[in-house]
Design a protein around this ligand. Structure first.
Ligand SMILES: Nc1ncnc2c1ncn2[C@@H]1O[C@H](COP(=O)(O)OP(=O)(O)O)[C@@H](O)[C@H]1O
Ligand SMILES: [Mg+2]
Length: 259
């Protein structure tokens, strides 16, 4: 079976203050349907640039991406809008994406309406179901986003991301701003969602312990290159690259296998 996502030889340079930076150098990876691939690497290794290219927020210089059977970077217009529902993102700071005055209900109603997921009269029920699925309750719908804790906001961000029934979630440092206990609960939620709904994830973090807790396979980036990719347990037990060894060394006790 062909993979859900196939990133092939993506390169991207930036010029900054007269200097040319190679942010991505020939990066390739695949994600199978229902698989969680962890993408880990130090600061500046190119992880966010790759996620932005994948979400089509920035263009790349070379390479191609196949997603859900389509030549993803070439999709335009209505076909692109339709397909966008199938790839959703969760970033570090959900407040940056949500109007703080909006209620949780409107935050979740938007994607349902925009992508025509369910008819108007069924949307309140769908919103209640989404809230329950991420460990909140139906009455959270009436609360303003700004009244929520960091962990609750990230749950709402995840509910919003799964509202359009995506086949792929892209999470870029999605738990990095949360304290350890809350982070653990959000990681548990992600593993649950992944198991129950078979949503594939590209889970990006600078922290190998966090990546290890949710990922089937792990890809390691260093200086814009993909230096290592393989089963999470194998990379933790026997890192091959200097970058992977440094990431393993930075984590005194790694969390247990999700599978
Ligand atoms: N818009 C931009 N303009 C110039 N340089 C950028 C831009 N975005 C990223 N970079 C550079 O590209 C490299 C990779 O950055 P990034 O993808 O954010 O890394 P990571 O997410 O792994 O920390 C860094 O050297 C960064 O400074
Ligand atoms: Mg980043």
């Amino acid at each position: 079976m062909s993979p859900l996502l196939s990133i092939e030889n993506i390169s991207k340079g930036f010029s900054s203050a007269g200097r040319q930076i190679i942010a991505l150098d020939n990066v390739s990876l695949t994600i199978a349907a229902g698989e969680t691939l962890g993408l880990v690497g130090g600061s500046g290794s190119g992880k966010s640039t790759l996620s932005r290219i994948l979400l089509r927020l920035v263009s790349c210089d070379a390479g191609s991406i196949r997603f859900d059977g389509e030549d993803w970077l070439r999709l335009k217009g209505a076909a692109l809008r339709r397909k966008r529902a199938r790839m959703q993102m969760v970033f570090q700071d959900p407040l940056a994406a949500f109007n703080p005055l909006a209620t949780v209900g409107t935050v979740l109603d938007d994607p349902l309406r925009i992508h025509g997921i369910v008819a108007r009269d069924r949307r309140p029920g769908e919103i209640a179901m989404l809230l329950e699925r991420v460990g909140l309750t139906a009455d959270h719908a009436n609360r303003p986003v700004r009244a929520l804790s960091g962990g609750q906001r990230q749950r709402v961000a995840i509910a919003r991301a799964i509202a359009t029934r995506p086949s792929l979630l892209v999470l870029d440092e999605a738990v990095s701003a949360l304290d350890v206990t809350v982070r653990g609960r959000i990681l548990e939620l992600l593993v649950d969602l992944q198991k129950q709904q078979g949503i594939a994830c590209l889970f990006i973090s600078h922290d190998l312990a966090v990546v290890r807790a949710v990922s089937h396979r792990v890809a390691v980036m260093d200086g814009g290159r993909m230096v290592e990719i393989g089963p999470a347990a194998a990379i933790v037990a026997a890192p091959q690259s200097a970058a992977a060894r440094a990431l393993v060394a930075a984590v005194p006790c790694l969390v247990t296998d999700p599978s």
